[in-house]
Design a protein around this ligand. Sequence first.
Ligand code: ADP
Ligand code: MG
Length: 248
Amino acid sequence: MNAAVIEVTKVSKSFGGVVANREVSLAVPEGRITGLIGPNGSGKTTLFNSIVGYHPIDAGSIKFQGEEISNLNVQRIARLGLVRTFQQTRIYGKMNCLENMRISIAHRNAAWRDMFADYSPTIVERAEHLLEFVGLYAKRNLVAGSLSFGQQKLLEFAMALMNEPKVLLLDEPTAGINPTLINGLIDRLQRANSDFGITMFIVEHNMRVIMNMAEHIYCLAHGELLAEGPPATIQNDKRVIDAYLGAH
Ligand code: ADP
Ligand code: MG
């Protein structure tokens, strides 16, 4: 297995009395696509939030490229090349696609100075190139709110790529997307991995999608790591099947 680019060791996180993650340990190998599954409420989003510095953890360690990052904030971590997308899309509906792409860079840099830098030709060029990559170039001047939900997800994905991530954490990228568009999105995700070399860690409810994409899958249940292994193993793991059945 490739070297771990993210190493999570015994991470715990509670909200009031609710234990969202309990001593979770896992590793995301560089250059690969790794999956994270588990029933609703099992702590997947919480773990993603902890990794990208959205909130502090209660205990444990999170390393990115061998360096401890659990004490850093979101901006610092994003600048290291660790970027996430959200379960709910975070686009600006009244801005056009190109403007959204520029803003996605501005968010990374707190200073106003850097916001102005977003108008530079190289940034616009990169934005256009990435919009083309996700198939939205023809819609670059349309307000993002006029796009279909699936297209908004593609825009959000392109916005994440603007930050030139080394690692992308994707929280349910296909949720709510029309099945006919899902294959297009999967294709783009796989190409971002193979062509740009971006390591991916993906939370996904669609079992067909995650079983096809991920090389290695971790499964959470009640905030704890329940099982891990290649898709074929996870698919037939009785504990995993029971966790999903028990959740419905
Ligand atoms: P998943 O993404 O697997 O559906 P979450 O990480 O969103 O699960 O949630 C795990 C548990 O933590 C749930 O019981 C949820 O209600 C709780 N939780 C998550 N975020 C918060 C929060 N900000 N405040 C209080 N409870 C939270
Ligand atoms: Mg979630």
